[in-house]
Ligand binder design. Sequence first.
Ligand code: MG
Length: 385
Amino acid sequence: MSGEYLAPYAAHDAASRGRRYPEAAPELRSEFQRDRDRIIHSNAFRRLVYKTQVFVNHEGDLYRTRITHSIEVAQIARSVAVALRLNEPLTEAIALAHDLGHTPFGHAGQDALNECMREYGGFEHNLQSLRVVDELEERYAQFPGLNLTFECREGILKHCSLKHARELGELGRRFIERRQPGLEAQVANLADEIAYNNHDVDDGIRAQLLDVAALREVRLFRAQHEAVTAAHPQLSERRLVHETIRRMVNHVVIDFIRSTQAQLEAQRPHSIEDVRSLAQPLARLSDQVQEEHLELKGFLREHVYRHYKVLRMTAKARRVLRELFAAFSDDVNLMPLEHRDLARRAEAAHGAPGRARTVADYIAGMTDRYAILEHRRLFEPSERT
Ligand code: MG
């Protein structure tokens, strides 16, 4: 990508803070294209196919999984990045990697594992995504993990507790000093929220947890729904819903680009360092759309995430993960040999917290269906082991 195309405040190869293990520059790609390509070839990325977003993976083939979610985030983030003359491959890399550390069973899984790990430093999925790309992937001869650029790693580490930030050195410093990551990271972050709010409307309708009449309480939905109905009074229900959601995403994304452009004009950053030094992110929605977006989020919380069918599913998921964690922590010999060996070594070096972390790594890496299968193998007397 030519330097002229990129805005001065974008991430440039030449200004990268580099990789943990120095490497020669790639031949016919940029540094950030290389990051993206490594993420796509990772095992953790492939496993996202069978990890849940909200609905458990086996409930139906049309629901989003973490991989389709990550691709939708990347699509939205890339559109915004191009409009703002940011580094598109870096934005895409961050979006594709942002959920690599997610446990099976969506947020229910993350909460359960965090509870299990409370005495041992907790479990944060953002931190786990970083751990996957820094440590857990085993693909390259010269280094552990994927050895991604600093810019990509700072984007993957969206949030982080202060306690962990202090242990992360340079990468954690911005959380302590309340500074920002580069704009590519900010864009990927906001694109994540836009993607899941809108696709949870779609999946919620498909699962029959939401209906259009109830959704019309929500301003973002109602405005687009009215516009589509007025322009196309004969439209079938399915096309009406899809057209409405399409326009909702478009409406929010246009606002995202315009509001961020306005911030850029007001603040006039000349480099990625200027972007990083600001107290507030530059990537944002207008106050009006931000408020509408929050309204949609609140509506989804009430009608989808707290729907009894979803709560039953998340209760089951929590139980499965808690029981897996307890069984493996009590006796690491129940884990497959490779994980058992890692647990033994970690315990010898770091005691009980080391052992617990390897159990959490094993569980976090599982897909939904693998976690269910492991649970059956451990607890069902008639299941093969
Ligand atoms: Mg996400």
